[in-house]
Design a protein around this ligand. Sequence first.
Ligand SMILES: C[S@@+](CC[C@H](N)C(=O)[O-])C[C@H]1O[C@@H](n2cnc3c(N)ncnc32)[C@H](O)[C@@H]1O
Length: 286
Amino acid sequence: MTHTHPHAAHRNHRRQDDADDQAEILDLEAEVLATHTATIVGWLPIEASPRRIVDLGCGTGAGTFALLARFPEAHVTAVDSSTAHLQRLREKACAEGVDERVRTVQADLDVSRPDLGTPDLVWASASMHHMADPDRVLRTVRDMLAPGGLFALVEPAGFPRFLPENAPEDRPDLEERCHAVSDRFHTERVPHRGADWGSKLTAAGFTVEGERTFAVNVEGSRDEAVGRYALGSLHRIRDAVVDALSAEDLAALDRLLDTDGPHGILHRDDLAVRTERTVWAARRDN
Ligand SMILES: C[S@@+](CC[C@H](N)C(=O)[O-])C[C@H]1O[C@@H](n2cnc3c(N)ncnc32)[C@H](O)[C@@H]1O
């Protein structure tokens, strides 16, 4: 019988809770941005439909399912360090009847280099900036791609905004101040956010064939998932800013997060998801 130290058990629960929270937000984000993701996939400079696709840092499958839908003859190898995310992705693939076209590979790309075959297309969305050494991972992508293969690198411009300008009424521009604090927090912990990916791709042996920034503006009045996505995202931002935000701002943030209170974000009819995502389409130099 194995004994788990109570602190270790608490840590493990906490990690599991974090993974569940992140998985839920990734699923909501995938739902809210589905049309937008399909637009990015449709923009890629692809002549012949790819057969072998790799989704690096696939999360719960936002990219995987968009790619499977766009390229009906393709198989996707979905790679992530999180077994919980991969499990969720697999359940969704089964539910959608596409599980035979999906292979999941658990790997921490910072420490291992799994055999992912020779894909025609590699997709990495919102994952590359999490890598400890993204230059090394970019070279790995270059080496694995089939000759002439394409790498689609997608990176978000920070966290989305949900509230209109000057909101909430009791603490105008609260979201802006939360973002300023959380940006500082993430600059220390996720230093490759906002890196110059075009230069990095060129240095890794790619030719960048196209780069495009897509604006996102999804109104909550037309999509009820926006409120739940905003709520989950602001909870995560709270975790990052709790120690640095003023007491008045923290109280206002908690009023927004209080789903029973009159100021709760779910009661608002003026929410929207506003952000930008940039995609680089990079061809392997032969
Ligand atoms: C912000 S999520 C993006 C998920 C998905 N690509 C999407 O667009 O919804 C980043 C993902 O990268 C994964 N990730 C981060 N570092 C990683 C690493 N070193 N190796 C493999 N996966 C990693 C995380 O587990 C997470 O699922």
